[in-house]
Write a protein that binds this ligand. Structure first.
Ligand code: GDD
Ligand code: MN
Length: 377
């Protein structure tokens, strides 16, 4: 063991490499990565391979390297296998101030690792994404179809998961994060697009990017198949405040119509029944948006949000009522059908205004507070 390389101080960064049957690649990657890092003046780092008991002995090879360099470790897992949990375990175990996540198969050029770290250090960014989709980046040997799929996934992610708007490549498996912004217990390893998960759930303030070219695989084959598309869609939907907002809205609409129908049955005038249905559903929606859609245990005064939510829903309220009035007066629809049409019409504007004007401010304040307490730890 070379004692000169041992260190008790916190490493500047940990490179987490998930592996499954990457013996041929890891053999090349580890010495190459160390060489590149040292040439760039980095010696205080850690390399953590998280291997799911690969039959080809990937972990044994890593441990051979580890025998002569105590900055290298292999974490062998026999349970809870899978890429997402491997990365999460790696991040949780990492001792570095920063964590770089990269693939073992040389599709992620090791030359980029010092650039990711330097960028984080020089800019103070919380996340640095190695991107294929910024000027200077690209992909090698992809069919038009694969490129289209990748770009579609990015578009879907930006619409459904607002936290991913801050990068041109939220699907990247190659990125750096500041360990202090990660709370592993908050991350759900179901989705294997860990970066998307981190961008939506972590209190980051600054994201930077470094472009690179995603190379062809030298040895072995990809483990990610068609199922990953479905996994990605489910993952994006479960992360999405838009999907939660729509679900609450749908329930609220049912409640709205139920109350209105009940009041009509009891002989209430149409206008009163309509307005009561609207107001009760607004209160119902507000409570669910507070505790679920925008996942707040926000300390900032909820009365402000209740008030601004009413204001922001005003467009929706007026739309609902007017559409109901107009369609019933013109004899096009009955009162309940008119109200239903009005509810649908008012929905889209309501989401945008709620996200931007009602909850965004509190969420940003909360993020600031969490950062301050994280940096004073
Ligand atoms: N521990 C562990 N367990 N590692 C795994 C597993 C697993 O079940 N499955 C894959 N890996 C490792 C591989 O050994 C490799 O180091 C890395 O995860 C990526 O796996 P690949 O199979 O090479 O994935 P890919 O090249 O198809 O996809 C890559 O590019 C995508 C963008 O197009 C990944 O980086 C994706 O995260 C990325 O979205
Ligand atoms: Mn790969």
């Amino acid at each position: 063991m070379t004692l000169a390389k041992s260190t008790n101080t916190q490493p500047l960064f940990t490179v987490v490499i998930p592996t499954y049957n990457e013996a041929d690649n890891i053999r090349i990657l580890i010495p190459k990565l160390i060489n590149i890092l040292e040439l760039n003046g980095f010696s205080n780092f850690e390399i953590l391979v998280v291997d799911d008991d690969s039959p080809d002995g990937t972990c044994l090879i890593v441990r051979e390297f580890a025998n002569s360099d105590n900055r290298i470790r292999c974490l062998l897992r026999r349970r809870n296998k899978g890429l997402a949990t491997a990365i999460l375990r790696g991040i949780a175990w990492a001792r570095g101030k920063y964590v770089v996540v990269m693939d073992a198969d040389l599709q992620h050029p090791p030359e980029l690792v010092p650039k990711l770290v330097s960028k984080a250090v020089s800019t103070g960014a919380d996340v640095v994404v190695a991107t294929r989709y910024a000027p200077g980046g690209g992909v090698e040997g992809w069919s038009r179809f694969r490129l289209l799929m990748s770009k579609t996934a990015i578009l879907v992610s930006k619409i459904l998961v607002p936290g991913t708007k801050s990068t041109s490549d939220p699907m990247s498996g190659f990125f750096l994060v500041k360990k202090s912004i990660i709370d592993p217990s908050l991350l759900r390893p179901r989705g294997y697009k860990i970066l998307m998960e981190i961008l939506e759930k972590s209190p980051y303030q600054k994201v930077e990017e470094v472009p690179y070219t995603f190379r062809n695989r030298a040895y072995g084959k990809s483990k990610l198949g068609a199922k990953t598309i479905i996994d990605f869609l489910i993952h994006a939907m479960t992360l999405s405040p838009l999907v939660r907002f729509a679900s609450v809205g749908a329930l609220g609409a049912v409640l709205n119509l139920t109350i209105m129908a009940l009041l009509l049955l009891l002989g209430a005038p149409i206008d009163l029944a309509s307005i009561a249905g609207i107001e009760i559903s607004i209160l119902f929606n507000f409570i669910f948006h507070e505790y679920w859609t925008f996942k707040t245990n926000l300390e900032e005064n909820w009365l402000r949000r209740l008030w601004t939510y009413h204001l922001s829903s005003l467009g929706g309220i007026i739309t609902t009522f007017t559409v109901m009035k107009a369609t019933t007066m013109l004899g096009l629809l009955g009162p309940l059908a008119g109200q239903a049409l009005g509810i649908v019409t008012g929905f889209a504007a309501n989401y945008i205004v709620s996200l931007d004007k009602v909850w965004r401010r509190s969420i940003l304040n909360e993020i600031k507070k969490r950062r301050i307490s994280a940096s004073s730890e």
